[in-house]
Write a protein that binds this ligand. Structure first.
Ligand SMILES: Nc1nc2c(ncn2[C@@H]2O[C@H](COP(=O)(O)OP(=O)(O)OP(=O)(O)O)[C@@H](O)[C@H]2O)c(=O)[nH]1
Ligand SMILES: [Mg+2]
Length: 302
């Protein structure tokens, strides 16, 4: 007998905004590779999270929630979703069990994937929030959606938050991948550059503290990193907003809000970088950056 065969490949996650795709990727990878919030459209880029085992490597492609494009930003997000799904070895549809499964958005996703040639798996997420009756109903509707994509599509109940059901789902995803070598160094967990991960950790704290239009209007960019001595990084980052009033909200009275954002982000940034960090945040207005392709290029959203 030879060595056990390694299976490896890309599993792209599709689902409506807020379904818990990023939470699920983090749970499988075992590290926060994607930020999470209760606001829809948290994820703006494709983020590869790498889960490596003795005989498998699953590269999970976390994606923006599937939605109707409204501006240059959401158009880019939708195109990215299409491209990544076309390139993946398998697709995982994440359904929001708490919000109810089987709405027009879920149907659109199932019908889109029915035309794709990749194997499709469904996860009904947030099972921790469902009583028995609701759980049964969600799983039944999910099975109907799965039937649209093909007779092999299976449905798994999971809770990305508690981890329940995630191992069983993972074993199934691995079984869908072709034999092949590791695609990433097993020590890697994410393909995002460190500076983008830092910017995202700051944005996560902005999302937690703002409401309505503000979370959607915020982007964060790391401008530079200085190392005055070993083990200390001074990171300067800009929080970009669209209007003066949003700038006022993010700064807060007497600078309270921006200070709270920095204080909350710092421990996570330090954990990521493995050194002490001084975060210097400034806030800048870029009028209508979400509709401006040049700004999006500059912010690295493609
Ligand atoms: N109770 C419960 N909440 C969950 C679970 N998974 C995710 N959530 C919550 O659902 C919200 C959305 O989670 P995300 O992981 O950001 O969702 P997403 O699908 O990546 O959203 P977008 O990036 O906007 O498309 C957050 O508040 C999570 O804490 C779960 O299994 N149970
Ligand atoms: Mg997300």
């Amino acid at each position: 007998m030879g060595d056990p065969v390694t299976r490896s490949g890309f599993v792209a996650l599709a689902g409506r905004p807020n379904a818990g795709k990023s939470t699920l990727v983090n749970a499988i990878v075992g590290e926060k590779v994607a930020i999470v919030s209760d606001k829809p459209q948290t994820t703006r880029r494709a983020i590869r999270g790498v889960a490596t085992g003795k005989d498998f490597q699953v590269v999970l492609v976390d994606l923006p929630g599937v939605q109707r494009p409204r501006d240059a930003l959401t158009t880019r997000m939708a195109r990215r979703v299409e491209r990544e799904l076309a390139d993946a070895d398998a697709a995982l549809v994440v359904l929001n069990g708490e919000q109810g499964v089987g709405g027009p958005g879920d149907h659109f996703i199932a019908e889109t994937l029915a035309k794709a040639r990749v194997p499709v798996t469904f996860a009904v997420n947030k099972m921790d929030k469902l009583d028995r009756g609701k759980a049964m109903a969600a799983l039944t509707t999910a099975a109907e959606l799965a039937a649209i994509t093909g007779e092999d599509a299976e449905v798994f109940p999971v809770s990305a938050l508690t981890g329940e059901g995630v191992d069983v789902l993972m074993a199934h995803l691995v079984s869908l991948l072709p034999p092949g070598p590791y695609l990433y160094d097993p020590s890697e967990r994410s393909d995002l550059p460190g500076s983008v991960r830092v910017a995202e950790l700051v944005r996560e704290q902005v999302l937690r503290r703002t409401r309505q239009e503000v979370p959607h209007a915020v982007e964060v960019k790391v401008d530079d990193v200085e190392r005055p001595r070993d083990g200390l990084a001074i990171i300067r980052a800009t929080v970009v907003v669209e209007t003066e009033s949003q700038k006022g909200i993010v700064i807060g009275s007497g600078g309270k809000m921006i200070k709270a954002i920095g204080t909350a982000a710092r421990p996570e940034v330090e954990a990521l970088m493995g050194e002490h960090v001084h975060l210097e945040l400034s806030v800048r207005v870029k009028h209508k950056w979400r509709g401006d392709d040049r700004q999006l290029d500059r912010l690295g959203i493609d």
